[in-house]
Design a protein around this ligand. Structure first.
Ligand SMILES: N[C@@H](CCC(=O)N[C@@H](CS)C(=O)NCC(=O)O)C(=O)O
Length: 210
């Protein structure tokens, strides 16, 4: 199995953090990680388009020759394929809540942050778009306040004391904000404290570049 990925990009980082967190718990996940240089445009080269016609990362190449193209599908596959030391809870409601939290963080926080970075200082060279940036500056605080409230009960990680997939998704977005020099969480002390705590974790130290 091969994971095609690039450092600092949010969706690949989400999967890389997820694997590192699982390995830190003792899981054995035999995935070879292969870098694709997006700055050089390798994700648009024929070799990568043959894996994923949309040219995005991450991609997981399975041993039967098929490919998974979506970061969350990759994580769900690895949860099922290597079930020891999973990140998702076993109990049905707790599992649903963990998945729901991850999706909400992705849709309400991570996607707007990625759009904001590309609209202000795109690492891929997209032209600035002040209208999009302004809209996100207006709407993102609703989601950041939601996270701040969630953290106000003193929980260590987003779901409680244990790391969850939502933590991986949130940190991958916040790293991308740092990469793009976007200070989006300065006004949220509990979120900033979560950020510091998460970044001190061994998994984070082994993966994060910014
Ligand atoms: N929904 C996909 C999104 C993948 C995605 O957009 N990846 C970005 C990096 S975070 C990418 O490859 N961008 C390059 C491009 O779109 O040209 C997933 O979650 O895996």
């Amino acid at each position: 199995m091969k994971l095609y990925r690039v450092a600092a990009a949010p969706n690949p980082t989400k999967v890389m953090l997820y694997i590192a967190e699982r390995e830190a718990l003792g899981a054995q996940i035999p995935v070879e990680q292969v870098s694709v240089n997006v700055i050089k445009g390798e994700h648009r080269a024929a070799e990568h388009l043959a894996r994923n016609p949309f040219g995005t990362l991450p991609v997981l190449a399975l041993d039967d020759g098929s490919y998974l193209l979506e970061s969350l599908s990759i994580i769900m596959y690895l949860e099922s394929r290597f079930p020891e030391h999973r990140l998702l809870p076993v109990e049905i409601e707790a599992c649903a809540l963990a998945k729901d939290l991850e999706r909400t963080v992705e849709m309400r926080v991570a996607m707007p942050i990625a759009r904001y970075v590309h609209a202000t200082r795109s690492p891929l060279g997209y032209p600035p778009d002040l209208k999009v940036a302004g809209e996100i500056e207006g709407s993102l605080p609703v989601a950041l306040k939601w996270l701040e409230k969630k953290l106000s009960d003193g929980r260590e990680m987003l779901m409680g004391s244990q790391v969850s997939i939502a933590d991986c998704t949130l940190q991958s977005a916040l790293q991308f904000a740092r990469f793009g020099q976007a200070d989006l969480i300065g006004a949220y002390p509990l979120l900033a404290a979560w950020d510091s705590r998460y970044r001190a974790r061994p998994a984070a130290l082994s993966i994060l570049k910014f």
